[in-house]
Design a protein around this ligand. Sequence first.
Ligand code: CTP
Ligand code: CA
Length: 224
Amino acid sequence: AEAALSDGPLKGKRVIVTSGPTQEPIDPVRYISNRSSGAQGTAIGKALVALGAEVVFVTGPADVPPPEGVQVVRVETAVQMLDAVQAALPADAAVFAAAVADWRVAQAASSKMKKEKGEIPTLSFAENPDILATVSQMTKGRPPLVVGFAAETDNVIAHATAKRLRKGCDWIVANDVSPATGTFGGTQNTVHVISDDGVEDWPKMAKDAVAERLAQRIAGALVG
Ligand code: CTP
Ligand code: CA
């Protein structure tokens, strides 16, 4: 790890990566969550380390272990993820690959909800903080490069282009996650990188290859 940190184009650069799903408690034994293995975020962390970056890897409960050589910060909820990201600043870049739950249960129960009461519970929700938008819109200490993801099931480019402008990030990596594409749980991904320069279509490739190409692009932007 020391040798890896000492060379590579991202030597001396600090990058925050979010990865995996968040879990929002309903009660002590139940939660709502998003579908995410953590594979893409983990591959990005690994690729950034390989280029010499110092990586703070903020991860929800993922299926895959975090990459080697990163500083791992484990969280469960979106609120905890935002706190961890803010605590990790300042950074030269931030890559938000986590599948953050958009809503949390407004009042999680402190004891287990029991069905023997005979009532079917009704959950009410509160909106979670948008970590990508919060960091993108920081007026002081914003990382010079902020990268978001947009997992869409239709009108991928249109939705992702609008999302980039709405949130204020520099790049959006858009992908089609319709069930037919097999992206979730699969090893391949077809992405489009949207920036001020327009839309770049990348061919279908392994998630590891997407990560390596993205890390190279980040190095190009930070180091020139
Ligand atoms: N994101 C985030 N915090 C949230 C929600 C999303 O940081 N509370 C980030 C994701 O990590 C991703 C990007 O925002 O990089 C887009 O997430 P997505 O769920 O596609 O966007 P939303 O604005 O939540 O829109 P949608 O209604 O399509 O879910
Ligand atoms: Ca969302």
